[in-house]
Design a protein around this ligand. Structure first.
Ligand code: CA
Ligand code: CA
Ligand code: CA
Ligand code: CA
Length: 403
């Protein structure tokens, strides 16, 4: 079965809706972006800070104890976070960093420039690899396509910038506000659709992230994967799994988009990396803009897709200080990644597997998702954050002796 793909917005000549689609694919190359098509065909001239279609704030949250599905649905497998105790690991401090593996992020965007991770060991623009990680001038991330330090280059930058904004666009009265605005930083791994093939680029992205976390102490907690493709050969599947296992070993959550296959069931599709069965992987389908039903363009699979989140008509950043609405599982996925960031911010001691577990346990059940996703539910941002907060050990009260 051929999985239905749509090209990144930046290479598309005009508007693409979920009905128009692959017929307009501008290039013959494999299309791997998990959507990101402009639903209007033009950039909006007036921006609203809170796009409709964004999951709504307070009130709707339900205590974790109210969830009825069995914990057997969310197995936590052993061996997820293998830690070599003999190795001295650098202490991770600061805000959680979310890696956006994608077409690159416009790190100069006025709604993102203060939301970007900045490499403290790197001097910008001197042509040197100051921090000795093998990449020159990697100040805000890495370009896996050309091996350089400028992530904002190549195909799919509209898509990558949009994904980044959903996570962390600034709460500044302009454009949109990311779910983890002010609480997380975005590290852009750009160039995913340039240079080598998707799998090789993914492996190199993982190596960069793992090195930055384990050797340079960058507080990378999750990677967003709004891309994917079907890989039928066992050798490729093994490589995908090995790369995701490296993320697991470094305690990095992988938030992955299922396909935009217009209702296709992904249970028996070797969709990488979304269908990799490792406990640090959380796989996301898209709800419609009302957060009422699975979006018509979204795929699903009650053995492989964990939950759904709003991904339709989501307003977010695109290059050149612009904002645009896009739809796809690509947009639903960073919604979950950003929520994970908020959870890591609440309790930095949580592991990737624990955050995944809490995200799944706090979903809001939805009859439309029964039999479609493992949890039968959709992301509940507030419940997830509250659950993370509840894991924080209360600090022992300091008794002030008055005499
Ligand atoms: Ca700014
Ligand atoms: Ca460097
Ligand atoms: Ca430098
Ligand atoms: Ca903003």
């Amino acid at each position: 079965m051929e999985i239905h793909r749509k090209p990144p917005a930046s290479v598309g000549p005009t508007a693409r809706t979920s009905e128009s689609s692959s017929a307009q694919a501008p290039k013959a190359k494999a299309l791997t972006v998990r959507d990101g098509f402009d639903t209007r065909g033009a950039r909006p001239s007036n921006f609203v800070d809170r796009p409709k279609g964004r999951p709504t704030p307070p009130g709707a949250s339900v205590p974790a104890s109210a969830f009825t599905y069995g914990s057997s649905n969310v197995p936590v497998k052993p061996g997820a976070n293998k830690v070599d105790p003999s190795k001295e690991k650098p202490k991770l401090t600061g805000e959680p960093v979310i890696a956006v593996i994608d077409g690159g992020v416009d790190f100069k965007h006025t709604d993102l420039d203060d939301a970007m991770w900045t490499n403290p060991g790197e001097v910008a623009g001197d042509g040197l690899d100051n921090d000795g990680n093998g990449v020159k001038d990697d100040v805000h991330g890495f370009n896996v396509g050309d091996g350089g330090g400028d992530p904002f280059k190549g195909e799919g930058t509209d898509h990558g910038t949009h994904v980044a904004g959903i996570i962390a666009a600034e709460d500044n009265g302009q454009g949109n506000t990311g779910i983890a605005a002010g609480k997380a930083k975005v590290l852009s791994v750009g160039g995913l659709y340039d240079g080598a093939d998707l799998l090789t680029n993914f492996e190199r992205s993982v190596d960069y992230l793992v090195k930055m976390k384990t050797e340079h102490g960058v507080n990378i907690r999750a990677a967003n994967a709004s891309f994917g493709d079907s890989y039928r050969d066992a050798a490729s599947q093994k490589r995908w799994t090995a790369a995701v296992q490296k993320l697991a070993d470094a305690d990095i959550l992988l938030v992955a988009a299922t396909a935009n296959g217009n209702g296709s069931n992904m249970n028996n599709v070797p969709d990488m990396p979304a269908n990799i069965d490792l406990p640090n992987v959380i796989t996301v389908a898209s709800m419609d803009k009302k957060n009422d039903k699975l979006a018509s363009y979204s795929s699903h699979g009650d053995k492989v897709v964990d939950l759904a989140a709003v991904g339709e008509d989501v307003l977010s950043t695109v290059p050149g200080n612009q904002w645009e609405e896009m739809s796809g599982t690509s947009m639903a996925t960073p919604t979950v990644a950003a929520t994970a960031a908020r959870m890591f911010a609440e309790n930095p001691d949580l592991t990737a597997v624990q955050v995944r577990d809490l995200l799944l346990k706090t979903v809001e059940l939805d009859t439309d998702l029964k039999g479609k996703v493992i949890t039968g539910g959709k992301l509940d941002i507030n419940a997830a954050i509250a659950a993370a907060k509840a894991t924080v050990e209360p600090k022992p009260e300091t008794t002030v002796a008055t005499r």
